[in-house]
Design a binder for this molecule. Structure first.
Ligand code: C2E
Ligand code: MG
Ligand code: MG
Length: 714
């Protein structure tokens, strides 16, 4: 790229190429002063020395012409003398030299003779090469005489040279005076103000906008300085505005940050509140079941890692239900809050007190072994001894505490909770009010745990059996359904009745696969009977743990679909006490089952103390009066009265009634009189293997069933 002096733009941040650097080094290029000086010298030289030089050159050229003419003339004289005789030539040459201006003469004759004459003596050859002389050469006639001579112009130029020197001297003197003067003027007028402006620009570049440039003139530089100062004022204003805007921006930013921080803090608080609500019991503010499970899980992990013990206390209040029933829920709630306070005041910071639900509390003691846990349990019971003062009313309560320790009573949160639960149940009958879970004392528990793994295996191998006990209607004598009852033909122990393993299956969680197996088998059985022309409905017994199983409802739906059953062909029996263990949960499950169209029956009714108001809200189709009331009816007037009132109650609620455990005709007749709808019992039929069911149904239909014949003969 070609760059002119003014076009020398060096890109920012890039090094100056060495060539350019050298050029920058030339003073006259970098400075206006240098250039001005050069210009002034050039102009002065041209103006002062030029004409004198021209004049002198002109004089020199004139003298040269004159001397050349004179030389030619003298050469002709010499040539003529040479063609004469030598005697004539010599004096002629002397005369020529005597002229004063002739410096040398050479005559070359036709025969080659050479005659030289030099003024003042010396060498002709040297003179012939002297540039100052005017050299004339002439040949006269071909092959005849050649004359060379040199003429000295100095005498004729002496005056012109002296004049020229004088003029040079004059020019030198004039320049010596004029140049400093001009430079001084130029410096004051141009360079100094320019320097001031440059310094001003540099100050601005450094950010100093406060010092104006002082050039008080009216010319261009003065105007430039004024424009510069105005520009600085504007820049200052812009800078001030910018500073102000920046300050405002900073202030805004601070404000915004403060608001964001405030918003974040509020969100965090809200989050904490929500988290707290999700993990804490609304009534007492204690950790709820979810948080307790979490903490238990943590405690188990830590105890495993550090090979430590820890214990849990599960506590419930004795007869809390009475408080609720007699004083109302508000007072029950107040009592729970007070109990929670006393518990919290008692335990250490590292311990967790939580509410599992209802009147059940759990305490996790992270570093306590069984012994330590017993001490804490005693302290808790002591702390609960003084009566509670609820707005002036004194209320005394007692509690039962079950203790389970890791790892001896359970290796996981769920087994620990189960063990503590079992122990708490035992504590209800213990004088001290607390009990440690006991593995061995729980009637051959090891044995029973072994039994459970065998039960699991039996379920897996499809080795259980179902028998079906008919339910018949008292009016119209028809089989209205069957109840599926499980039997376990054990290879060593023989047939094990359900009462001996259902409870344990519930405690160990095996009841879930068991119920699943029963539902599946029943579904298949109904399907097979249908193939034989027998269409009937079957009741399946559910345990309380099935109500807590999220998969139950889905599984029921699956069975209905797989075996193409009408939902009414399936009845689910839930005992009254199972419902009352967690009425809210039970109601939720029952509502969903009812929505599917499945029939619902409350089993063992009369033993669970459910309230009428509660019953009204349950979507059940059938009440099944517990056999303990039914069997003694003929001899026990109270039982008969209870059965009577249950029948009335059920009918008032629009629910059908079935009596179980009907062992003889007398009871059956009594039930008929009391308006009972259906009966089930040995008198009608013992539980039947599936193969015997079609024949029994046939017998009832044809009136030849034993119980019908017995009634006919009575
Ligand atoms: P439950 O549901 O009340 O069943 C009725 C029980 O009474 C059955 O006993 C039945 O054989 C018996 N029974 C029927 N008629 C009479 C009678 O006239 N007199 C007497 N004394 N007893 C009679 P089982 O089969 O031994 O069942 C006992 C309990 O085991 C059942 O009581 C039920 O709660 C439970 N159970 C049976 N099968 C299952 C099952 O598959 N799942 C669940 N969760 N529990 C079951
Ligand atoms: Mg039943
Ligand atoms: Mg029953």
């Amino acid at each position: 790229m070609r760059m002119s002096g003014t076009d020398l733009r060096i890109p920012r941040g890039r090094a100056i190429p060495p060539g350019n650097r050298r050029r920058r080094g030339a003073v006259w290029r970098r400075s206006l002063g240098g250039r001005f000086l050069l210009l002034v010298i050039a102009v002065l030289v041209l103006a002062l020395v030029g004409p004198a030089s021209w004049r002198y050159a002109w004089d020199a050229s004139r003298v040269n012409g004159e001397l050349t003419g004179k030389g030619l003339r003298l050469a002709a004289v010499a040539a003529r003398a040479a063609t004469a005789t030598d005697a004539e030539l010599d004096p002629t040459l002397d005369v020529l030299l005597a002229d004063g201006e002739v410096a040398y003469v050479r005559v070359v004759a036709g025969d080659g003779r050479v005659m030289d004459r030099v003024a003042g003596g010396g060498d002709v050859s040297r003179r012939r090469r002297m540039p100052d002389l005017v050299h004339v050469r002439h040949q006269f006639g071909p092959g005849l005489v050649r004359v060379e001579l040199g003429l000295d112009p100095r005498p004729r130029l002496a005056a012109a040279a002296a004049e020229f020197q004088g003029q040079l001297l004059y020019a030198g003197l004039a320049m010596a005076v004029i140049i400093p003067l001009l430079v001084l003027v130029y410096y004051r007028q141009v360079l100094r103000p320019l320097g001031l402006l440059i310094a001003g620009y540099r100050r601005v570049a450094r950010g100093n906008l406060d010092e104006p440039v002082h050039i008080h003139r009216r010319d261009e530089l003065g105007r430039l300085a004024q424009a510069f100062n105005r520009m600085m004022v504007r820049l200052r204003r812009v800078q001030r505005d910018k500073d102000r805007a920046l300050a405002e921006l900073r202030e805004l930013n601070r404000h915004l940050e403060a608001r964001v921080a405030d918003r974040t803090r509020r969100l965090e608080e809200l989050n904490r509140d929500l988290e707290h609500q999700a993990l804490h019991d609304a009534l007492t503010g204690l950790p709820n079941r979810t948080l307790i499970q979490e903490r238990l899980q943590q405690s188990v992990l830590e105890a495993k890692r550090h090979r430590r013990n820890f214990s849990v206390l599960m506590m419930d209040l004795d007869r809390f239900k009475d408080v609720n029933d007699t004083l109302g829920h508000d007072w029950g709630d107040r009592l729970l809050v007070e109990v929670a306070h006393r518990l919290q005041a008692l335990v250490r910071e590292a311990d967790t007190v939580g509410r599992l639900g209802g009147d059940e509390f759990l305490v996790i003691l992270p570093e306590a072994d069984t012994e330590g846990a017993v001490q804490v349990a005693r302290k808790v019971l002591e702390a609960l001894e003084p009566a509670f003062n609820l707005e002036g009313m004194q209320l005394a309560v007692s509690a039962s505490i079950g203790i389970a320790s890791f790892p001896e009573h359970g290796f996981s949160p769920s087994t620990l909770l189960k063990s503590a639960d079992v122990a708490m149940y035992g504590a209800k009958h213990a004088r001290e009010g607390w009990r440690v879970y006991q593995f061995d004392s729980d009637r051959n528990d090891r044995d029973r745990l072994g039994l459970m793994s065998e039960l699991r295996e039996a379920i897996r191998r499809d080795a259980l059996q179902l028998v079906y006990q008919p339910k018949v209607s008292l009016e119209g004598d028809a089989v209205v359904g069957l109840e599926a009852l499980v039997r376990w033909p054990h290879p060593r122990r023989g047939m094990i009745p359900p009462d001996e393993f259902i409870g344990l299956a519930e405690q160990t969680g095996v009841v879930r696969p068991l119920t699943a197996w029963v539902l599946e088998t029943v579904g298949l059985q109904i399907h097979q009977w249908r193939g034989l022309g027998v269409d009937t409905s079957v009741a399946v017994n559910l345990s309380v743990y099935n109500l807590q199983d999220a998969g139950l409802i889905e599984h029921v739906g699956q069975v209905l679909e797989t075996y193409d059953l009408h939902p009414g062909q399936l009845t689910l029996e839930i005992t009254e006490s199972a419902i009352m263990q967690d009425p809210k949960q039970a109601r939720e499950v029952l509502v969903r089952l009812e929505a599917m169209g499945v029939r619902l029956s409350i089993d063992d009714f009369g033993t669970g103390y459910s309230s009428l108001s509660y019953l009204k809200r349950l979507p059940v189709d059938e009440l099944k009066i517990d056999r303990s009331f039914v069997m003694d009816m003929p001899s026990n007037r109270d039982d008969a009265a209870i059965v009577h009132s249950i029948i009335n109650l059920a009918h008032n609620l629009g629910v059908e009634v079935i009596a179980e455990g009907v062992e003889d005709a007398a009871v059956m007749n009594l039930l008929l009189m009391l308006g009972c709808d259906y009966v089930q019992g040995y008198h009608v039929s013992r539980p039947l293997p599936p193969g015997a069911v079609p024949a029994f149904m046939q017998a009832v239909a044809s009136g030849s069933a034993d119980y019908l014949l017995a009634r006919a003969s009575a």
